[in-house]
Design a protein around this ligand. Structure first.
Ligand SMILES: Cc1cc2nc3c(=O)[nH]c(=O)nc-3n(C[C@H](O)[C@H](O)[C@H](O)COP(=O)(O)OP(=O)(O)OC[C@H]3O[C@@H](n4cnc5c(N)ncnc54)[C@H](O)[C@@H]3O)c2cc1C
Length: 460
């Protein structure tokens, strides 16, 4: 007789681990299938640093963050395009994530200092996402969760509305594993170059994947084939600017470049294309990858001068450095006259009555310039000048499985699946459409992971 698991969790990142822990805590027999091996386990979650959550004043943040303010922030970045019911649910439940995380071994850093603007709203994991993932694996295994490494769920066998088994590839072995409920937590499809190209065309060949190489959407596709409801625009993704010299996969957090608000950004033609000072960086950093993806050669350059070069996080790759704009243009292979004109035009529109303050939406702005720079606009006139070559770094895709408030996966034109649930990047598109709030990926994964694990436990 083949073994039957109560709950099969596909994917061992934050969402899958939260689901496995919550199902095992309810006494269920849980199998967690993870594509990475023991050393590379933890998907994109191992690269994270922080989580956003609603809270009253506590010791790991600098002040209160109410549900109402959280929702307002979310509606601001998504321009109101979100499933309001699910968004409110996640925010409400985020009140409890600190306790859940602590109970399962997560330790915290002291609140941040500096210009990241996250100290009040977000808490930072001691040891980062890698330590969080390690703590969760240890906890899951203590609760009796069986972990199967280096194994990919390739397909799901479904009869009408009911999941029966998964087809798993491990090395050259393919096997069918039976379960009473399935939690899909296998990430987005950002690592699937061919799938990205369907929506982005050849431009996607110039994208860097910041996280793991495993999130190729295999299971999501299998569920779509079984009439799961897709939600979210397949072209939408969390995409930031990374250094153009980054590796194709697994660059993690250190390849990101955060210099945008401190200077100007130009494309390969030497032209500016968007307001670099529109909002505080945590509310805007996730739109710049896409903006650059839409530029020629999917490339851009952040240009700063000696006044601001020390004000943002140091970068892994050193910037190009020059004593004149012409010299800088030559170093980055941008037509010098064009770049000189862009810088001169920008400098001549900087209002002279602003007071520079990188910690707030300050009064330094341009007048009559298109596109404007709304804050932190200082003339670029103090050599040496610096250029960071940038390209889109895709963090995760938004399109995913439509779910209801219990994480249950919806079907096209029919009742939801009886025993299929989704959590994390697999279902981000229900809530995230445009833009991003720093730390919200872990909020969605933790809340829906926990809920999906509980709900999966209740149907077996
Ligand atoms: C560099 C970087 C930094 C980030 N920083 C933050 C941050 O500080 N705060 C924040 O909130 N968010 C951050 N994010 C986003 C965050 O990582 C995600 O929102 C979150 O980790 C998603 O969790 P998940 O469990 O859904 O996906 P993942 O953590 O990616 O886990 C998916 C897992 O599924 C496995 N898998 C994939 N396909 C299969 C398959 N077919 N069968 C079996 N297993 C499979 C993978 O191996 C992986 O372990 C960051 C992302 C990156 C890349």
């Amino acid at each position: 007789m083949q073994e039957t698991w109560d709950v099969i969790v596909a994917g061992g990142g934050n969402a899958g681990l939260s689901a496995a822990i919550s199902a095992a805590s309810k006494g269920r027999r849980v199998l967690l299938i993870e594509r990475g091996d023991e050393a590379s386990r933890g998907g994109n979650s191992k690269y994270t640093r922080d989580i956003r959550y609603a809270h009253d004043h506590d010791a790991i943040t600098t002040g209160r963050y109410s549900e109402a303010e959280f929702l307002e922030d979310l509606l601001g970045v998504t321009l109101g395009k979100t499933n309001l019911e699910l968004a409110k649910f996640v925010i409400k439940e985020s009140f409890g994530v600190k306790e859940f995380m602590e109970d399962n071994g997560v330790l915290w850093q002291k609140p941040l200092k500096g210009t990241l603007h996250l100290a009040r709203t977000n808490a930072f994991f001691l040891g980062g996402g890698k330590a969080l993932v390690n703590a969760y694996y240890a906890r899951a295994q203590k609760l009796g969760v069986k972990v199967m490494y280096s194994a990919a769920v390739q397909d799901a066998v479904i009869e009408e509305d009911t999941f029966r088994s998964v087809v798993v590839q491990s090395g050259d072995k393919t096997q069918t594993i039976i379960g009473k409920a399935l939690v899909a937590a296998s990430g987005g499809f950002e690592s699937n170059a061919a799938w990205l190209e369907e929506y982005w065309g050849e431009a996607s060949r110039n994208f860097v994947v910041r996280g793991c190489a495993y999130n190729d959407g295999l299971l999501m596709r299998a569920l779509f084939k079984n009439s799961a409801l897709p939600v979210g625009d397949p072209r939408d993704a969390h995409m930031v600017l990374v250094d153009a010299r980054s590796p194709r996969f697994d660059g993690g957090i250190v390849t990101r470049v955060d210099s945008v608000p401190f200077g100007i950004v130009i494309n390969v033609d030497g032209k500016r294309f968007y307001d670099e000072g529109e909002e505080l960086w945590p509310k805007r950093y996730a739109i710049w990858g896409r903006l650059t993806a839409e530029q020629p050669s999917q490339m851009s350059f952040s240009i700063v001068d000696s006044k601001t070069v020390g004000l943002f996080l140091p970068t892994t790759f050193p910037p190009h450095r020059a004593n004149s704009i012409v010299e800088l243009a030559n170093k980055i292979a941008v037509e010098p006259r064009g770049l000189v004109e862009t810088v001169q035009e920008f400098n001549s529109h900087v209002a002279d009555d602003g007071r520079f303050n990188p910690g707030i939406l300050d009064s330094c702005h341009t007048d009559g310039l298109r596109p404007p720079k709304s804050h932190w606009a200082l003339p670029i006139d103090s050599p040496p000048f610096y250029a960071y070559p940038l390209m889109p770094g895709i963090t995760f895709t938004y399109m995913g499985l439509g779910v209801d408030g219990s994480g249950r996966v919806l079907r096209r034109g029919r009742s939801p699946f009886r025993n299929v649930f989704a959590a994390g990047e697999n279902m981000m598109g229900n809530i995230l459409t445009k833009g991003y709030l720093a730390g919200f990926g872990m909020t969605i994964g933790t809340v829906f992971g926990k809920v999906a694990g509980e709900q999966a436990s209740s149907v077996v």
